[in-house]
Each structure stands twice: as C-alpha cells, then as structure tokens.
Design a protein around this ligand. Structure first.
Ligand SMILES: Cc1ncc(COP(=O)(O)O)c(C=O)c1O
Length: 330
C-alpha cells in the first residue's frame, strides 16, 4: 500500500501520519521507502485515545515540509492496548474526508477486545454507516492477520487487506504491485480461509470452535485485567487499562541519577531500566523509546501472553524490582 502511495521529492514527498507510540514496523517501512514520518501523539492521560486536535496539529505542522497523504490508525493499539470509541472513528473519518487523506486502518487486533464498555468498530462499517457523503469518497485500506486474535498463528504468514473507494485504474496497478510479490505459502492461505469462514451454527465443529475461542479470549481478558491491577499497585508505575490487543505500555518513574547514568552509558533511560530488569530478574520487556513516547516520559512494553500463573509471578517480580530500582538510584 505504502509503495503505491509514496512519491514526490523535497516538500512534495509523501507524509504518512502514524500514532506515537507506534508499532515499529511502520517507522521502519516509512524509512525504507523514504516517506516522511508524521507523528501524532496518543493521549496517555485519556487511556491512549486519539485526539482530533492533535491530528490537526500534526497535519498542519507536517504541511510545512512534506505532502501528508496518508493517515494510519492502529485499532486496537499496539503497543498501547487502547480500543477506539465509535465516535472517535467517526471523527477520524470526517477529518480524513476534509483533509483528503487516505486511511490505513490496521485492525489486526479486532478480536482482542477485553474491557467492559469497549467494542471493536471496523472503519469500513462505520464509514458505510455514515452515508454516501463519506462512504463514496473516503479511500480506506483495512488490514487483518491470522497472527493475532484468538488464532495467534504468527508463523503461517496469512493476512489480507481490503481496499475501498480506490480509483479502479489505480487499483489495477495495486493488484499488479501485490502480484509481483507472489503469494504466501498454501498453509497461510488455507488458514486465512478458515479465519474468514469460521464454523457456523449446526456445523459439527461449531460448539467446540466457540468454546475454544471463548476460552482463549477469556483467558487473555483475565490477564489484561491482572496486568493493569498488579502494575498499578507499584508506586511509580502507571498503567492504563489494557482494553484490547496483547500489550500494556506502563509509564515508569525514573530517578534522576538513573537517567544520568543511562546518559553516561549512551543509553536511553528506559533501555537502562529494561537491561537492569533483564540482568537481575530474567524478565525481558521492551523499552518505550523503541515505540516513541513524549519527551521526558519513560515506558516499557510487555505482552500479556505468558500463561496466567507465570504472568502473576512475573508481575510481582517486576513490581518489586521497580521499587528497588527507585530506591537504589534515588
Ligand atoms: C499493529 C500490528 N500490525 C501488524 C502486525 C503484523 O502482523 P503479521 O504477523 O501479520 O505480519 C503486527 C504484529 O505484531 C501488529 O502489532
């Protein structure tokens, strides 16, 4: 998709708006293509919600030095685990229509929604419910993958994108571009077929399918709740609810001396924290700086994927370690 959309030189080079914190595949893909990365910040104080004012700020800023053409949304979010409200999605669609932006909706975590009151709303569905003023105009590509959801089949490499409102002549070029990469292995294609055609009521495997799906998602929901609960017990760690996806992105207090020591070692402060955590406890989490974060804030990302009993131990150790770390470097 990006290959098709990125063009121009200097001030006319394509800008692609991505959330910060972001899934680093986006910044890497943009760097590879020489596109201009246009950051918009998610609102941590508001459970990592997307704020239209911030989108506008980011777009206006970017227009001074590039040609922003694409707005990328990750919902539910990686690494931030937020689920966007329907109203927010409508606002984003209106914004894209007004500003003539191509929408890329990364919806690979669409089945991974856990928090009460949260629901997944697909951009395509909302777009079509907003009437022809939008549904016939706004260009959208949405993405899904067999590697997430309740399937978790990362190794099979199956996924799809659905493109709406693209000019048919351009779509023909897109098909050509995608065909050049040939196709994923048969197993990946077969799995994707199963994902989009799940067992239906009355089918022999229906009951078992529903039971397994509910068990996997119920277990993830329990671990999402547990992660938020335990991390927030630690003074100096603030963790937003893990509303969806498979991650939490807690904010950590970093003592001034640890920040100075990290700088002396040529490391970002959160990398310093993560390395000490790894060395002392064997727990491996990813520094927030790898995903982008507001200047002066420090985070790490962890998954909620370990088995529940292991996750409980891990969270307790992490909590204790942070407390010790703050004492040691204060
Ligand atoms: C937001 C997001 N989009 C896309 C992907 C890529 O998924 P796939 O396994 O299909 O390459 C990931 C994987 O972690 C992701 O978190």
């Amino acid at each position: 998709m990006l290959k098709l959309l990125v063009a121009g030189q200097g001030n006319s080079r394509t800008g692609v708006m991505i959330p910060i914190p972001q899934y680093p595949l986006y910044s890497a893909a943009l760097a590879e293509l020489g596109a201009v990365q246009v950051n918009y910040y998610l609102d941590e104080e508001n459970c990592w919600a997307l704020d239209i004012k911030e989108l506008r700020r980011s777009l206006e800023e970017a227009r001074k030095h590039c040609n922003p053409k694409v707005l990328c949304i990750i919902n539910p979010g990686n690494p931030t685990g937020q689920v966007q409200s329907r109203k927010c999605i409508e606002d984003v669609i209106r914004f894209a229509a007004e500003e003539n932006l191509f929408l890329m909706a990364d919806e690979v975590y669409q089945d991974n929604v856990y928090a009460k009151g949260c629901a997944f709303h697909s951009f395509k569905k909302v777009l079509f419910e907003m009437g022809p003023k939008y549904s016939e105009v706004v260009e959208l590509a949405s993405f899904h993958s067999t590697s997430k959801g309740f399937m978790g089949e990362c190794g099979f490499r199956g996924g799809y994108m659905e493109v709406v409102n693209m000019d048919p002549a351009v779509k023909q070029q897109l098909t050509k571009l995608v065909s050049v990469r040939l196709c994923p292995p048969v197993t990946g294609q077969a799995l994707l077929d199963v994902v989009v055609n799940p067992p239906q009521p009355g089918d022999p495997s229906y009951k078992q399918f529903i039971a397994e799906k509910q068990a996997v998602l119920g277990n993830l929901a329990e671990k999402a709740r547990l992660t938020e609960e335990v991390l927030n017990q630690a003074p100096g760690i603030q963790c937003n609810p893990v509303q969806g996806a498979m991650y939490s992105f807690p904010r950590i207090e970093m003592p001034e001396r640890a920040i100075k020591l990290a700088q002396a070692e040529g490391q970002s402060p959160d990398m310093f924290f993560c390395m000490k955590l790894l060395e002392e406890t064997g727990i491996c989490v990813v520094p927030g700086s790898g995903f982008g974060q507001r200047e002066g804030t420090h985070h790490f990302r962890m998954t909620i994927l370990p088995p529940t009993e292991k996750l409980k131990i891990l969270l307790e150790r992490l909590k204790d370690f942070h407390q010790k770390f703050v004492q040691e470097y204060s």
